[in-house]
Design a protein around this ligand. Structure first.
Ligand SMILES: [Mg+2]
Length: 396
């Protein structure tokens, strides 16, 4: 199923509480204009209404097998041996046409940095398919040493957070950088800096704890009540899919991922049937689609977009006019974050994709290697801007 053409979230259709446009992007950075929404401080990000129990999501209502297929496009074959020249030309032409509305962040780098000149960049990064390649075995989605170095340098220059569908512990195991904030389970498990804020510190789902280095932090888990239910579903899914070759069921603490990238396509229907049949008994859980993965998640109004708002608040940046949040991700779940940034006209999303997609992102990058190049370019730009400022100060 394609994303809706009106740029709304593919799954969560609840209106997003948006901040007033204080960072209006100039027309040369925004491929198309956005409408600013009224600001409501009371409706920032920490009100988490439970959605109406039993409401079918749009994916479920419109045919889950079609959704499984359309949300799992084949990886683009770059070899001329595997794709004819005319097909290749056609694919490239479609991609180039798409890039008119979603230009390359590398090619547009000078525009981005011109706009970022008087602002503080804040980086939000997805993990799978963004920092690491999509691989057959989800447990082997390691990031390269070069990518880790690029992320580490970026995090020294800019506040940086990783927001992943994986469990927070799992994504930390992959990344192993203490300089970052981590949000796992699609933002339902956020560890961020300690901050005295009525929105963060006083929230019932937020507790003080210590991180791996013994530093005091806030831990925000808006779906904590769902953990026993998620564990039960995880065990059931393990059992009922055990005879399907290639299925991988992953417990991400606040959600369960059912990976089918190694399953014969003829068996996808059976995978989906097992998942959706089981979920009939769990009206407080829903299924969303990622790249060859079904995600079983609590029915709460929380997603990666809300996690971005929460992290900005945690970092003490949400009310600053001089920040430029940039979110880089490849998945449909990242669209919620792209949408938040687009709708509140505050920063922008960058979609990682080798194929044209309907998206709320402003810019695109083809693959993790381009993400790495973009991060390195940002660091070079920041360091050169800082040294120029120091130089001009020294000559005054
Ligand atoms: Mg991803």
């Amino acid at each position: 199923m394609d994303l809706k053409s009106n740029h709304s979230s593919p799954v969560f259709t609840d209106p997003v509480h948006l901040s007033k446009s204080r960072l209006g992007l100039p027309s040369n950075i925004a491929p198309y204009s956005t409408a600013a929404q009224p600001y409501s401080s009371s409706g920032l990000c920490l009100q988490i209404p439970r959605r109406k129990v039993g409401k079918l999501d749009d994916v479920r209502a419109s045919g889950w097998l079609d959704a499984m297929k359309s949300s799992s496009p084949p990886r683009k074959k770059l070899s001329k041996d595997l794709i004819s020249e005319s097909q290749s030309d056609e694919t490239d032409a479609a991609y180039l046409t798409w890039m008119i509305s979603c230009p390359s962040a590398l090619n547009s780098f000078h525009i981005i940095t011109t706009y970022a000149k008087c602002k503080s960049v804040v980086l939000f990064l997805d993990y799978d398919g963004t920092l690491s390649p999509i691989v057959d075995n989800p447990d082997a989605a390691f990031m390269s040493t070069a990518m880790r170095a690029a992320v580490k340098k970026a995090a020294k220059c800019f506040p940086t957070a990783i927001i992943s569908g994986r469990s927070r512990d799992k994504v930390y195991e992959f990344v192993r950088l203490s300089e970052l904030c981590y949000a796992g389970s699609h933002g339902m498990d956020i560890m961020g800096p300690l901050r005295e804020s009525e929105y963060v510190g006083d929230h019932p789902d937020c507790i003080r704890t210590t991180d791996e280095q013994g530093k005091e932090v806030h831990l925000f888990q808006p779906a904590s009540e769902f953990v026993p239910m998620i564990n039960e579903v995880y065990k059931s899914l393990l059992d009922i899919t055990k005879n399907i070759i290639g299925v991988k069921v992953e417990n991400n603490k606040f959600c369960v991922s059912v990976h089918y990238r190694n399953v014969d396509e003829k068996m996808w229907e059976e995978v989906g049937k097992h998942v959706f049949d089981l979920l009939k008994d769990f009206s407080r859980l829903q299924v969303t689609h990622g790249r060859k993965v079904l995600e079983v998640r609590p029915v709460i109004d929380w997603n990666k977009g809300k996690a971005v708002e929460f992290l900005l608040e945690s970092l003490g940046l949400s009310h600053r006019d001089d920040i430029l949040p940039i979110y880089i991700g490849d998945d449909r779940t990242d669209e919620d974050a792209f949408k938040v940034l687009r709708d509140c006209n505050r920063g922008f999303g960058i979609l990682v994709s080798t194929v044209p997609k309907e998206t709320n992102a402003f810019y695109s990058l083809r693959d993790p290697s381009e993400v790495q190049e973009f991060l390195k370019s940002l660091v070079r730009w920041k360091n050169s801007a800082s040294s120029q400022t120091e130089g001009s100060t020294a000559t005054v």
